[in-house]
Design a binder for this molecule. Structure first.
Ligand code: NAP
Length: 280
């Protein structure tokens, strides 16, 4: 699978990885099979968070990656309410223990919270020096907040901004994506399939996805993933609890849409700028 840099001078990471939100409860056993199927297909970037199932999902991930930890690019996130200096370090230790590993490849602040960002970043840098995380990044940060983080951390420290991005929600193209492109920060598109709300085949957008998919012997979901990956700063982390979905998602990495197809999708799913960066 194609790989892209995870931040300036960052590790090369497969363009399509695996989300894990809601992989808990009854979904757990099937989700473990799906994550393993995804790994077989090269989706080595696994995204989780202490918030997911209040830690249960990190334990699911531990089981799914057992025996393959070194091949995986493992990302977790600190809950903003925990993101003081000491709180971040303690939260990271708990995540490491639930994940059964001694280090994360990247550790993110889940969204901007009330604790001073200086403290969270200082904790991230302490964790890097201790070898507990290999890099750190942000999530749900708009351009002004990215600028603030950049002013605190300096050049080349922020590996990624993980943000909501899919055909129907293109707000990041206004300011976040250009900012990240300019500063060598990877953009990780979350909910790239609309978090379960996918354009209906009866809508104009749904029809466009179907017709473009048919031309490539692909599926509309694969076209939606190829669309978010059309700019080289972007990587993505669809979530699939069903193994067949995971395999299908991974195979979208080889799909190249023509300029004409991209223009058609951009026209039928127009960029609607919002005052606040949307998040879910
Ligand atoms: P998503 O990936 O946009 O959509 C997941 C849904 O799409 C599931 O219902 C899944 O079904 C279905 N699906 C997956 N592949 C499919 C395929 N090939 N064909 C048909 N349906 C398919 O939603 P998401 O979980 O919201 O986002 C992805 C990940 O991003 C999360 O899991 C999480 O790791 C991360 N995230 C981060 C934040 C943040 O604040 N940083 C917020 C939201 C999400 P099945 O599960 O039944 O296979």
């Amino acid at each position: 699978m194609e790989r892209r840099p995870f931040g300036k001078n960052g590790e090369l990471v497969p363009v399509i990885g695996q989300g894990t939100w809601r992989m808990e409860g009854d979904e757990r056993a099937l989700a473990i099979r799906a994550l393993r199927a995804g790994l077989e297909e090269g989706m080595m970037h696994i995204d989780t968070a202490e918030m997911y199932g209040s830690g249960e999902v990190e334990e699911t991930v531990r089981e799914a990656i057992a025996g393959r930890r070194d091949e995986v690019f493992l990302v977790s996130k600190v809950w903003p309410q925990n993101a003081t200096y000491e709180g971040t370090i303690a939260a990271c230790d708990r995540s490491l223990s639930r994940l059964g590993t001694d280090r994360l490849d990247c550790y993110l602040l889940h969204w901007p919270g009330h604790h001073p960002l200086e403290e969270t970043i200082r904790a991230f840098e302490t964790l890097v020096r201790a070898g507990k995380i290999r890099s750190w990044g942000l999530s749900n940060f708009d351009a002004p907040r990215l600028e603030k983080a950049f002013a605190i951390a300096g050049e080349g420290r922020i590996a990624c901004d993980q943000v909501l991005y899919n055909v129907g929600e293109r707000s990041i193209e206004q300011a976040v994506l250009p900012w990240c492109e300019q500063h060598g920060v990877a953009v990780v598109a979350y909910s790239p399939l609309g978090s379960g709300v996918f354009p209906s085949p009866r809508s104009a957008g749904g029809r466009a996805l179907l017709e473009i998919a048919a031309a490539h012997e692909a599926t509309p979901h694969q076209v939606a993933l190829a669309f978010v990956l059309r700019r080289p700063a972007v990587l993505t982390i669809p979530k699939a609890s069903r193994p067949e979905h995971a395999v299908e998602d991974a195979r979208a990495a080889g799909l190249r849409l023509s300029l004409e197809e991209l223009r058609r999708l951009e026209a039928v799913f127009p960029l609607r700028v919002k005052r606040e960066l949307p998040m879910i």
